[in-house]
Design a protein around this ligand. Structure first.
Ligand code: AMP
Length: 197
């Protein structure tokens, strides 16, 4: 099963992706996580991406496309994967289509977590507080100022993907405002029909 989770920052993509990993035994490919790991390891990609990420802007398509292309060829992706936070631009959507076509694999579904913007800043602030309380590192871009920029980037560059996948008949919206378990069960319902086809 191959699927894309779409939605603004703070919509719950990461949380739902982790649940899908547990249930379906396929990996979560979060470009945000991969980029943060590159920043931490100070790789050439990480060094290029750091300032852009700290500002809440998008890293170049060329960088993220290359990271994903390399990742999906790893053995654990053979049975499928969950793309979380990728694609984020129309150029990335075209790139993922080409990548899958080249490998003769099919995308099963694109799931949009539909949320109300007004709750998002609060969720991000809470996420930062929870990480701090748990003694985990707090993401540098999880603060209200940078978050506004991340949201602007989402509407400018990522939201057009909703129309893109809708036109292909692949988009399924789920209510991301529902509680976490209810969102998970909506996603499972979508997948049950998408994967049967
Ligand atoms: P995320 O963890 O998905 O919220 O991503 C954190 C940051 O990583 C974003 O604000 C971007 O700077 C960068 N990033 C993650 N995924 C992508 C992507 N697909 N395209 C461009 N930049 C990305």
């Amino acid at each position: 099963m191959r699927l894309i989770l779409l939605g603004p920052p703070g919509a719950g993509k990461g949380t739902q992706a982790q649940r899908l990993v547990e249930k379906h035994g396929i990996p979560q490919l979060s470009t945000g996580d991969m980029l943060r790991a590159a920043v931490k390891a100070e790789t050439p990609v990480g060094l290029k991406a750091k300032a852009v990420m700290d500002a809440g802007e998008l890293v170049s398509d060329a960088i993220v496309n290359a990271i994903v292309a390399e990742r999906i060829d790893q053995a654990d992706c053979a049975k499928g994967f969950i793309l979380d936070g990728y694609p984020r631009t129309l150029a990335q959507a075209d790139a993922v289509e080409a990548m899958l076509a080249e490998r003769r694999i099919k995308l099963d579904a694109v799931i949009e977590l539909v949320v109300d913007d007004k709750v998002l800043v609060g969720r991000i602030v809470r996420r930062a507080q929870e990480a701090a309380t748990a003694g985990q590192p707090v993401r540098k871009d999880d603060n209200p100022e940078v978050f506004e920029e991340r949201l602007r980037e989402y509407y400018k560059k990522t939201a057009p993907l909703i129309g893109y996948y809708h036109a292909k008949g692949m988009l399924k919206g789920v209510d991301g405002m529902a509680d976490i378990d209810a969102v998970t069960s909506q996603i499972e319902t979508v997948l049950a029909t998408a994967v049967q086809k």
